[in-house]
Write a protein that binds this ligand. Structure first.
Ligand code: PHE
Ligand code: NA
Length: 449
């Protein structure tokens, strides 16, 4: 049988797939969001729940997404529709793909705003404006940025254009090559920062904060945040990994590939936390400072470090690149769908989508200034969209895909695509996607009501 290929192209090798999927996974979720939600939710116990969610729910669902995408070789909406039909089930499963596309659009709108902060900090570090900055001044500088819609709009616009340009061009060799250099560089710099953090007197406090398990600090809301973040950080529950999987070579093993991606993503998040919290504790800052955590702690650390101006600059550049490769993947499922459905050119589809996400992003950046009074369920637009997508839409999309892979698609398809080393492994995977993942997510949802 001739191998079915996606009309959008395919990755040259398994390694390119790992690179692209890791580029999607490793982003602001790891370096910006993970440390700040860990800080807000009391540390160790939260981290433990997060790790359990990654292993028990995230990895198996990622396998499900890759398998569905690679089997169908189409955008998520059409992949779900076709596989459901081929398996004798309702075509309505395609609706899960629509919810995913919506989640991608909503996530992009606040993601781009945060990426814009990163771009501003690239300039600030380069100019030396952060040299020897005190923690109070770093806080004031960040608040000043949030209060300035014009600057936020400028960076949000620039970032959106950067993403649109790459998505329109297709995931080309240029970007792949760039990622290949930038990702390892980001990792090395994180280690440098981690080394610096180890030398501060806050290191012990930071370590204990992240790894001391204290159940009394855990609420059901914190568990939901940890669960939601495990989807967010692995780019699951909205079709990104499914779309990327549809470009994956047939012969590559899904299980080991997914494990590699999950492992890399987790390591980056943990090291980011271990780099940031010691700095927080050595300087008497508040670990629960919220979304500004990274932007007020890191400038202080770089400001004190030898060569800090250079390292700080490089660090923010690399976070910008990590955010860029993730943001690209937020748009990919929808662009692929538009191209398939309306037979439009990729460029047109990307620009149309770009305009939508850019406009929505203005509401998010306005949350910190001219639109701070606009609230949904007591949250400003930025916080609301973050909460809605990460804690509700992604876990919901995730269990639906899990149920789809476990109960709807013919088991023969799963066995063929996954081709796991043993029958026992396949059975274990099936048990998790059929029962463990959906039930775990359902329980956390219900207990939060
Ligand atoms: N995984 C990305 C991050 O951690 C965010 C993301 C979520 C990207 C969903 C694509 C899809 O930053
Ligand atoms: Na991530």
């Amino acid at each position: 049988m001739q191998e079915k290929k996606s009309i959008h192209g395919s990755w040259a090798s398994r390694w390119i797939f790992i690179l692209a999927a890791t580029g999607s996974a490793v982003g602001l979720g790891n370096i910006w969001k993970f440390p700040y939600i860990t800080g807000e939710n009391g540390g160790g116990a939260f981290v433990l729940v997060y790790l359990v969610c990654i292993a028990l729910v995230g990895i198996p669902i990622m396998m499900a997404e890759v398998f569905v995408g690679r089997r169908a070789r189409q955008s998520p909406v059409n992949a779900l529709t076709d596989l459901a039909e081929e398996s004798g089930h309702s075509k309505k499963w395609g609706l899960v793909g629509f919810m995913g596309m919506l989640a991608g659009v909503l996530i992009f709108s606040f993601y781009s705003v945060v990426a814009g902060w990163v771009l501003q900090y690239i300039v600030s570090t380069a100019s030396g404006a952060l040299n020897n900055i005190s923690s109070d001044d770093a806080g004031a500088l960040f608040s000043g940025l949030l209060a300035d819609p014009t600057t936020l709009l400028m960076w949000h616009t620039i970032f959106t254009i950067m993403v649109v340009v790459v998505v329109a061009a297709g995931v080309n060799a240029g970007l792949e090559r760039a990622t290949r250099i930038m990702m390892p560089a980001l990792f090395v710099l994180l280690l440098v920062l981690f080394g610096y953090a180890m030398s501060t007197d806050g290191f012990e406090a930071g370590w204990h904060f992240m790894f001391d398990f204290d159940v009394s600090k855990l609420s059901w809301d914190a568990v939901l945040v940890a669960l939601g973040h495990s989807f967010f950080t692995l780019s699951l529950g909205m079709g990104t990994i499914m779309a990327y999987g549809s470009y994956m070579p047939k012969r590559a093993s899904i299980g080991s590939t997914v494990l590699a991606i999950g492992f890399l993503d987790t390591i980056v998040a943990l090291i980011a936390g271990l780099a940031i919290f010691p700095i927080i504790f050595s300087n008497g800052m508040d670990p629960a400072a919220g979304p500004g955590l990274m932007f007020i702690s890191l400038p202080v650390a770089f400001g004190q470090m030898a060569g800090g101006q250079f390292f700080g600059f490089l660090f923010f550049v690399l976070i910008g690149v990590a955010a860029w490769t993730s943001a690209i993947s937020l748009l990919e499922p929808t662009v692929a769908y538009l191209v398939e459905k309306f037979e439009m050119g990729r460029t047109k589809a990307t620009i149309a989508l770009g305009v939508v996400v850019w406009a929505l992003g203005i509401m998010c950046l306005g949350s910190f200034n001219f639109m701070s009074d606009v609230t949904f369920f007591g949250k400003n637009t930025f916080d609301f969209l973050d909460y809605l997508t990460a804690n509700i839409m992604l876990p919901l999309g995730g269990i639906l895909v899990s149920v789809f892979a476990g109960w709807v698609v013919k088991q023969k398809f799963a066995a063929e695509e996954l081709s796991l080393k043993s029958d026992a492994l396949l059975k274990l995977w099936l048990f998790v996607v059929k029962f463990v993942a959906p039930i775990a997510v359902a329980i956390v949802f219900v207990l939060n009501l």
